[in-house]
Design a protein around this ligand. Sequence first.
Ligand SMILES: Nc1nc2c(ncn2[C@@H]2O[C@H](COP(=O)(O)OP(=O)(O)O)[C@@H](O)[C@H]2O)c(=O)[nH]1
Ligand SMILES: [Mg+2]
Length: 254
Amino acid sequence: MRLKTIFVSGTAGSGKSLLTSKLYDYYTKNGAFVSVLNLDPAVENIPYSPDIDVRDFVDTLSIMQQYDLGPNGAIVMATDLIASNVDQIKDQVNNVNPDYLIVDTPGQIELFAYRSSGKFLIENLTSEEKTNIFLFDGALITTPINFVSISLLATSIRLRLNLPTINVLTKTDVIGQNLKNILHWSTSLSTLENAIANETDGETYSLTTNILRGLNLSGFAQGLIPISNVTGDGFVNLEGALSRILNLGEEVED
Ligand SMILES: Nc1nc2c(ncn2[C@@H]2O[C@H](COP(=O)(O)OP(=O)(O)O)[C@@H](O)[C@H]2O)c(=O)[nH]1
Ligand SMILES: [Mg+2]
């Protein structure tokens, strides 16, 4: 079996680390050999034990002291230093030789997505099938405009990382009625436009609807997969989407 890599991305607190641990459990239960790579240099508690951990290579606290940096500066520097350790990280992955590598990305999405080190890691870490899961934090999407702005972020990340991307909505267990709204918005352009018209007018309305039409034209909105990392709801659909992307190469080969 060829190595398949799943990057888990999304805004801070959207559920990346928890989803990483759940995916680990899911694939392990199904008999696959899974490894987890933690790419977050500054994380303190994670709900799994990473097989490969960038905190073994860079120490944010000592960077702060050594270079007299604040926490943000140190994390930026740490992220760039991780890229310079890519060969060692790769060696560790090769030694473990898993079927699946799940990569939990840094708490701050911009570090991974917008600094060149993130893209460098994606390109150099693994050479086989790769995909990115982008998490829409259900708790952040309280209005149709929030939905459009996070969709725009997801699109920006997709452009930046240039990976096949699965869009996932998290925290469906705690968002109540909003879940229905979000699913309506993500599947019906006219419903979403009406909801935006009810929320705003003028410049914000035309900006939002113009962005939305652009996103919709590129087939963006379809396929937002709702899940709960707590109850496991929706995992079957997510796993289906992952295997459609990741097994494509192997099916073509057969
Ligand atoms: N209720 C609920 N809480 C979640 C879900 N996913 C994550 N959380 C919680 O949200 C917080 C942030 O999750 P975490 O995985 O650390 O987010 P990260 O910053 O993206 O890695 C934690 O307290 C999680 O337990 C979910 O689907 N449902
Ligand atoms: Mg995390």
